[in-house]
Design a protein around this ligand. Structure first.
Ligand SMILES: *Cc1c(COP(=O)(O)O)cnc(C)c1O
Length: 414
């Protein structure tokens, strides 16, 4: 076994099941393993690397700021935080932002804001606020968040969980309305569910949810940690239905693929529930993160990455849909967030990803049947076409279903 894999296996907690590749270098859409083999990164660290690996503009912003001032805590003001959050608010149309580091922390911030708004502004009796979430949600791995997950493995053994969450089917606006009570503070939703397997709801769903939340004085909070910042071909996935949420969660790509940077954004009335001492984070909003985040937001427009995601995403989606193979169950997605769902009796998503890896494309399976295609937004159309050819070759390489088990055993043994 590769010595680096052996070391990780020995010393790292086994909370992931990585593909058997050891990466050492990245540039743009490419990464290299320790043997010098090059791979096209079609995963982008779950969309965190939307700008590609080591984008020179972002690396330069990082280096300059790291040498000047990196971490201060929010005990002091800095000359970086204000300009970053101004840009972020102006781009997203939100009034105020609360900076955190990881997506899960920003979601926790959203939950705290929603509950406090419910109790102090909406007038829900103390400790009775309810938040509605969707089946199949993914919002991170804290105990509160996994407590409202519908994925048994995410919860198993980790209880007891926080109460106050109600789950409804995703994509069903009538189910949302039926679940609302006078104690409902917020509806937390991903406009497209990422980890659930790139699930795109029916057209009109988000607009309908907006209308229902307005009618019942319930906050609509969109978790766009994965879908935000151009990934789906609009700045926010909410923009596809021209709706503005009351609260917005961003992360992943906000750190330019270099740092964990996240934020909860909201309108004034919601964010004003926080007063000094209510909530915080030692690293949240640090000048290094702010400088890189600001540079990333600027780059999004300067390089036309949102339009690229829309145009190239369509090219990739059309190309995948044109593949005629019995192993395909469905191809779905928006922009450069695409899921290829395979028939499990034909080939597992894991095996498909291993076959892609052998041919120089890195992706990752989600939920055993879905292969994710979410390359950096800086990818070019020739590279999309080359990837489509490789994907086609992997389909061609699949054995017939009856012969599959023998082949799978051989590929594991190899
Ligand atoms: C990845 C993700 C999160 C959690 O982000 P972390 O940085 O891993 O904590 C939250 N919400 C969505 C939709 C995500 O895809």
């Amino acid at each position: 076994m590769n010595p680096m894999i052996a070391l990780e296996n020995r010393y790292c907690a086994h909370n992931y099941h990585p593909l058997p590749v050891v990466l050492t270098k990245g540039e743009g859409i490419w990464v290299w393993d320790t043997e010098g083999k090059r791979y096209l990164d079609m995963m982008s660290a779950y969309s965190a690397v939307s700008f590609g690996h080591g984008h020179p503009v972002l690396v330069s912003a990082l280096m300059t700021q790291a040498q000047r001032l990196a971490v201060t805590s929010r005990a002091y003001h800095t000359d970086q935080l204000g300009p970053f959050l101004q840009r972020l608010c102006e781009m997203t149309g939100q009034d105020k932002a609360l900076p955190m580091n990881t997506g899960a922390e920003a979601v926790e911030t959203a939950l705290k804001a929603a509950r406090k708004w419910g109790h102090k502004i909406k007038g829900i009796p103390d400790n009775r606020a309810e938040i509605i979430v969707c089946h199949g949600n993914f919002a991170g791995r804290t105990t509160t968040i996994v407590g409202f997950s519908s994925e048994p493995q995410y919860r198993d053994g980790f209880g007891p969980f926080a109460s106050g969450f109600v789950s409804v089917p995703f994509g069903d606006a009538a189910a949302l309305e039926a679940a609302i009570t006078p104690h409902t503070a917020a509806f937390l939703v991903e406009p497209i569910q990422g980890e659930a397997g790139i699930i795109v709801p029916p057209a009109g769903y988000m607009a309908h949810c907006r209308e229902i939340c307005d009618r019942h004085n319930v906050l609509l909070i969109c978790d766009e940690v994965q879908t935000g910042l151009g990934r789906t071909g609009c700045l926010l996935a909410c923009d596809h239905e021209s709706i503005k949420p009351d609260g917005l969660v961003l992360g992943k790509a906000l750190g330019g693929g270099l740092l964990p940077v996240s934020a909860f954004l909201a309108r004034e009335e919601v964010m004003n529930v926080f007063t000094p001492g209510d909530h915080g984070s030692t690293f949240g909003g640090n000048p290094l993160a702010a400088a890189v985040g600001a540079a990333a937001l600027k780059l999004l427009h300067e390089e036309g990455l949102i339009e690229r995601a829309q145009i190239l995403g369509k090219r990739l989606l059309d190309g995948l849909r044109a593949v005629d193979h019995p192993a395909i169950n469905e191809v779905r997605g928006k922009g450069l967030l695409i899921g290829l769902e395979l028939k499990p009796d034909y080939v597992s998503a894991r095996e498909f990803c291993e076959r892609l890896m052998e041919r120089g494309i890195l992706s990752k399976d989600t939920h055993s049947t879905v292969v994710r295609f979410a390359p950096p937004l800086v990818i070019r159309k020739e590279e999309i076409d080359a990837a489509l050819e490789v994907i086609g070759a992997v389909f061609d390489s699949l054995p017939e279903p009856h012969g599959r088990s023998v082949d799978a055993v051989q590929s594991i043994a190899a």
